[in-house]
Design a protein around this ligand. Sequence first.
Ligand SMILES: Nc1ncnc2c1ncn2[C@@H]1O[C@H](COP(=O)(O)OP(=O)(O)O)[C@@H](O)[C@H]1O
Ligand SMILES: O=P(O)(O)OC[C@H]1O[C@](O)(COP(=O)(O)O)[C@@H](O)[C@@H]1O
Ligand SMILES: [Mg+2]
Length: 341
Amino acid sequence: MRIGVLTSGGDCPGLNAVIRSVVHRAVVDHGDEVIGFHDGWKGLLEGDYRKLDLDSVAGILARGGTMLGSSRVQPASLRDGVERARGHVADLGLDAVIPIGGEGTLKAANLLAQAGLPIVGVPKTIDNDIASTDVTFGFDTAVTVATEALDRLKTTAESHQRVMVVEVMGRHTGWIALHSGMAAGAHAIVVPERPFDIDELTAIVGERFSAGKRFAIVVVAEGAKPRPGSMELEEGGKDIYGHERFVGIGNRLAVELEERLGKEARPVILGHVQRGGTPTAYDRVLATRFGWHAVEAAHRGEFGMLTALRGTDIVMVPLAEAVQTLKTVPAERYAEAQNVL
Ligand SMILES: Nc1ncnc2c1ncn2[C@@H]1O[C@H](COP(=O)(O)OP(=O)(O)O)[C@@H](O)[C@H]1O
Ligand SMILES: O=P(O)(O)OC[C@H]1O[C@](O)(COP(=O)(O)O)[C@@H](O)[C@@H]1O
Ligand SMILES: [Mg+2]
C-alpha cells in the first residue's frame, strides 16, 4: 500500500507522534510506502511531498510542532482544488491519505472523502472541541502548560494584591480554561459556552478581596463573550480563512475589573506557549494509538472515517458525523468546577 500523511490547521503537541506511529505501523508491519505532504492541504494541492521512512521519523516522538509543517488554506481554494488533489493522489499511486487536523481540516477531509478520495482522518487540537472523540491529543499538554502558568501567577499576584486575568486558548469552547482553572484552583472561569455578566464577575472577585484574600485569578478563554447588554465588546471581524479575529478579552477584562474594583489587575495572554514544546506522556500515547489505528483502517478499506477515543478504546467514526457539531463544555461540567472556585 502507498499512504500519504499530512498535518493541517493549528499545530499541536503530538502531531509528530502520529506521523512516527503511521510510518512504523505501515512500513515495518505492513511493508507499505509512506509519503508526507508538506504544509497541510497545500502540499496535497501542489503535489509537494517527501518520502518518509524509519530514519526520517527517528527522534521526533518528544518534539512539539510537526516535521511536515502545517498551514491554513482558504476553504474556497480547497473546494476548487478537489480535482487537483484527486490528480495527485492518482499520479502518486496513493491508496490512502491520512490528514491529521482539527475541525476545519476534518471538514475538508469529509469533502474529499465525499468526492471519493480514500481518506482516513486523525483528530488533533489543543481546544479538545472535536465531538466524536472523548479527547484530542494536544489538549493535555496545553492544560499542563496553562496550569503551571496559573500556579506561578498565584505567587506573584499574592505578593502585589493583584487580580490576574489569564487568557487561554479556546476559540469556540472553554475546555482549556475549565481544566486549567480547576487544576490550579482559579477563582473565576470564563468560557465561551456561558456568556459572562461583568457585574457578576466583578462581584465574585470583589467578594474574595472583602473576605480578606489578597489576590484573585480569573481564567478566560479567548473566545469568551459578555452577555448582551452586560459590557460592550467590539467585533474583530473574520480573517481570510473565515476565523473570527479576537479583540483581546483578557486585556479588556483586566481594564474593566481594575476600574470597577479599584484593585490592580494584570492581563496575561498565554497564547501559543500552550501549543509549543514537548507533548505530555498522555498526548504521546494517544497520538501513537491514533496513528496505529489510522493505518489499520486504511488496510481494512474503511475510508471516510476518523480515529476517535471512546473510553479507553480507539474506534472509527464517520467523518460526516464528526463534523456536524463541536464538543462544548456542558453545564454539569462547569458546575463541578464552580463548586471549587
Ligand atoms: N468548511 C470547510 N470546507 C473546506 N475546507 C475547509 C473548511 N474549513 C476548513 N477547511 C480547510 O482546512 C484547513 C484547516 O482548518 P482550520 O479550521 O484552520 O484548522 P483546524 O483543522 O486546526 O481546525 C483550512 O485552512 C482549510 O483549508
Ligand atoms: O495559530 P493561529 O492561526 O493564530 O490560531 C490560533 C487558534 O488555534 C488554536 O490554537 C487551535 O485551534 P485549531 O486546533 O482549530 O487549529 C485555537 O485555540 C486558537 O484560537
Ligand atoms: Mg479549528
